[in-house]
Design a protein around this ligand. Structure first.
Ligand SMILES: Cc1cc2nc3c(=O)[nH]c(=O)nc-3n(C[C@H](O)[C@H](O)[C@H](O)COP(=O)(O)OP(=O)(O)OC[C@H]3O[C@@H](n4cnc5c(N)ncnc54)[C@H](O)[C@@H]3O)c2cc1C
Length: 328
């Protein structure tokens, strides 16, 4: 039976593009049912973001309230609770960013509902009797396995945080505009009072490795040439990425980390220099067009997954690439 499935997506102001892409996740959740996707924005003050959100969602619930600042997670969870009571959503989704990982459990606790965190895939299964259930797929055991998590079916809402880069929203239907509802949030809960925003310091602009078609990733086997690789990647229109070992060693910034506890990337070309290919690193590689592994050990696990393996010292490979580039 076709029914209307209502999904609320809690938008993170700083990473609004990831939140818009969750419309793709809401579609997977709804399957063949009619889909109504709602956005909750709180104090969003960004014209580009607002335009993208109104063309992607069906309804935008726009809250403006100076008492709720972007880090007031109890206040935001309280808003989700109040909206659930008003609209009765079937599903509530959060980006699995630091923001979503903090707000989602608080909202789930307020609503006494289950939460599936860090979801990478959503599958709707129809059985022969015409009823259907939704499986949320998430990594378990340090991403060595994937588990399908399914609610009992009688719970509302189903709540999940979704990893970035795995769902996409492919653009608005021509002329579509969301119905925008201005909304007054409830008074922030007492827990919010413990938070005072003293100042905002803008982080230096770093590129988002998830948006690049070319990534040259550096692992422990290429640590000494990290800076050289960064320059090379930028000069080729790409970016440098890194394994966690390099981030933990302080060589690379955490924003460049690929993997289970880093970012999920889908570049057209991924050149991995001196990266072994642990399950946790590989968990961050989705739909890579061409994977090139450069390693002195041809039996490293990443080599088995690569489209092309270069058995070489990483520094020598980088040097040769540099020379080729300068020659041209
Ligand atoms: C809960 C958890 C979460 C994690 N999350 C992540 C994550 O998000 N991302 C991540 O990357 N890791 C993550 N890890 C760590 C992961 O398990 C590995 O330890 C890490 O990925 C190893 O990094 P590496 O391949 O750079 O280093 P190593 O394992 O040390 O491998 C180095 C590789 O370089 C090769 N090599 C050595 N010398 C050279 C040379 N001169 N030239 C070319 N190749 C050479 C070696 O043959 C080897 O294959 C996580 C671990 C845990 C427990």
């Amino acid at each position: 039976m076709i029914e209307t499935v209502k999904t609320l997506i809690c938008v993170e102001n700083a990473l609004w593009r990831d939140s818009v892409n969750l419309v793709g996740a809401a579609r997977c959740f709804a399957g063949k049912n009619t889909n109504e996707v709602y956005a909750l924005t709180i104090n969003l003050d960004d014209t580009e973001a607002e335009a993208a959100i109104t063309s992607a969602f069906d309804v935008v619930i726009r809250a403006k309230d100076d008492r709720i600042h972007p880090y007031d997670t109890p206040g935001i969870a309280c808003c989700v609770e109040r909206l659930q009571a008003e609209y009765g959503f079937d599903c509530v989704l959060f980006p699995a960013s630091t923001f979503g990982r903090i707000v989602a459990p608080q909202a789930a606790a307020r609503l006494q509902c289950a939460l599936c965190a860090d979801v990478v895939k959503i599958e709707r299964e129809e059985d022969s009797g015409g009823t259907s259930g939704v499986n949320f797929i998430r990594p378990v055991f340090d991403a060595k396995m994937f588990a399908a998590v399914r609610g009992r079916g009688d719970e509302k809402p189903v709540m999940a945080s979704i990893r970035a880069g795995l769902f996409t929203y492919e653009g608005a239907t021509a002329g579509k505009k969301a119905c925008v509802r201005e909304w007054t949030p409830p008074s922030p809960p007492p827990e919010s009072a413990g938070l005072t925003l003293l100042s905002v310091r803008k982080k230096a602009e770093t590129c988002d490795i998830r948006e690049k078609d070319l990534l040259i990733a550096v692992g422990a086997g290429a640590a000494t040439c990290f800076e050289e690789v960064r320059e090379l990647a930028v000069s080729l229109g790409g970016a440098v990425a890194a394994s966690r070992k390099l981030v933990d060693a302080g060589v690379a910034d955490r924003s460049a980390q690929v993997g289970q506890s880093g970012k999920t990337v889908s570049p057209r070309v991924y050149i991995a220099l001196g990266i072994r290919g642990s399950a946790q690193h590989v968990a961050g590689l989705q739909n890579v067009g061409c994977l090139v592994a450069v390693n002195t050990d041809k039996d490293a696990p990443l080599c088995a997954l690569a489209d092309m393996v270069v058995v070489s010292d990483a520094a020598a490979f980088v040097h040769a690439l540099h020379e080729r580039r300068t020659d041209n």
